[in-house]
Design a protein around this ligand. Structure first.
Ligand code: NAD
Ligand code: MG
Length: 394
């Protein structure tokens, strides 16, 4: 296999950690070209010393100056960049062929889009980019000649269960349904009456996965599965009617594809993000991910149940937003980001998150989303509506 050069956007996060762990296991296959983050300059400095990238970028300019000082005299080949432009440059470097898009939230849209336009092989974790600007993003990837390899575990599982060279037409490939599995998060069995008083720490304590705080809260509300339904729609060209959500508390089956002949293909594994990341990094080859073998007998039973729509209103909101189309998913995502951040700051209750999203979908009219500007305008309007509904300062 030829040596691949990799830019990791969001290198200091949970996905960044897992990606750099897999990369470091295969120095003969991968070289790090760029590492980026928001403002954690100390951690990025350590990563630069370990991986010696050509470029390191922090969005926050003051943190970028600190990084520059921390790296001076270390004899590294690393140029330090700042701002959104720095992120976009790291995503489209001529020296890079593979981009791990692992920034959390709408903040990752521009750099992920830059990688698409530059024709990179994109390992997509930043699902929010697809939720906000699905049409724009898919068009940019086609125009730039980019290859999209999903590393969200469910989408990576689906990708592995689709026919080789799947061209985005489920009917032509004999696909009846996509079954997206969900753990149900930490509150699957919590009495609904207690949900208004759950704490941030409880919401972030996922039963099976260790992840960043935003996606952990999204898993607790199940908005994560709603966003993933929209993500699956764009990645695989499946209509929402053909996507079913199944609660599978053990998180061993990562998703399934059902064919018209009755065959159902699934991908299984330990809940460890290094598996989907390694699959996509090496595709179409296979490499060691550092993940232990799945001992089925020791795991015992795998169980399934239907999602509880009263407990998890976010699922219906996402279904509705995808049905409305245009800018509606961008509005949903923006309102959710505002509400989740406010919950993490302990300014609102857990059960205020879904109503904020519902209210924003009501108040912001859905429009066509054919350009990046359409999507960004809807994002900005929804953030302001969500903030005023929650009575948060702008
Ligand atoms: P995290 O909070 O652990 O890390 C987020 C990263 O994004 C950090 O490196 C941070 O510095 C960077 N970042 C945030 N704002 C930025 C900005 N304005 N500019 C540049 N960088 C910025 O999050 P995570 O759990 O690693 O999730 C990252 C993405 O991957 C999310 O979209 C999430 O939905 C998706 N994802 C994560 C997991 C998981 O297991 N953690 C699984 C599937 C999908
Ligand atoms: Mg997922």
């Amino acid at each position: 296999m030829k040596m691949r050069t990799v830019s990791v956007l969001g290198a200091t996060g949970s996905i960044g950690d897992s990606a750099l762990d897999v990369i470091a296991r295969h120095p003969d296959r991968f070289r790090v070209a760029a590492l980026t983050a928001h403002r954690q300059w100390q951690k990025l400095a350590e990563l630069c010393i370990r991986h010696r990238p050509e470029v390191a970028a922090l969005t926050d300019p003051a943190a970028a100056r600190e990084l520059e000082r921390a790296l001076s005299g270390k004899r590294l080949p690393t140029r330090v960049l700042a701002g959104d432009e720095g992120q976009a440059e790291a995503a489209s470097l001529a020296a890079t062929d593979t981009v791990v898009a692992a920034i959390v939230g709408a903040a990752g849209l521009r750099s992920t889009l830059a990688a698409a336009l530059a024709g990179k092989r994109i390992l997509l974790a930043n699902k929010e980019a697809l939720v906000i600007g699905g049409a724009v993003f898919m068009a940019a990837a086609a125009k730039g000649g980019a290859t999209l390899l999903p590393i969200d575990s469910e989408h990576n599982a689906i990708f592995q269960c689709l026919p080789a060279r799947y061209a985005g037409d489920p009917t032509a490939s004999g696909i009846r349904r996509i079954l997206l599995t969900a753990s149900g998060g930490p509150f699957r069995k919590r009495p609904i009456a207690e949900l208004p008083s759950v704490s941030v720490d409880e919401a972030c304590a996922h039963p099976n996965w260790v992840m960043g705080r935003k996606i952990s809260v999204d898993s607790a509300t199940m908005m994560n599965k709603g966003l993933e339904m929209i993500e699956a729609h764009w990645l695989f060209g499946v209509p929402r009617e053909s996507i079913e959500i199944v609660i599978h508390p053990e998180s061993v089956i990562h998703s399934l594809v059902e064919y018209v002949d009755g065959s159902v293909l699934a991908q299984l594994g330990h809940p460890d993000m290094r598996t989907p990341i390694a699959q996509a990094l090496a595709f179409p080859e296979r490499i060691d991910a550092g993940v232990p073998a799945l001992e089925l007998v020791r795991r015992g039973a795998l169980t399934f149940e239907a999602p509880d729509h009263e407990r998890f209103p976010s699922l219906d909101l996402a279904h509705r937003a995808l049905g409305a189309g245009g800018t509606a998913p961008a509005v949903l995502n923006a309102a959710n980001e505002v509400a989740v951040a406010a919950f993490l700051d302990r300014r609102i209750r857990f059960t205020d998150i879904a109503p904020t999203c519902a209210e924003s979908l009501e108040r912001v009219a859905a429009r066509a989303a054919t350009t990046l500007e359409d999507a960004l305008a809807a994002d900005a309007e929804a953030r302001s509506v969500a903030r005023s509904w929650l009575k948060l300062a702008a």
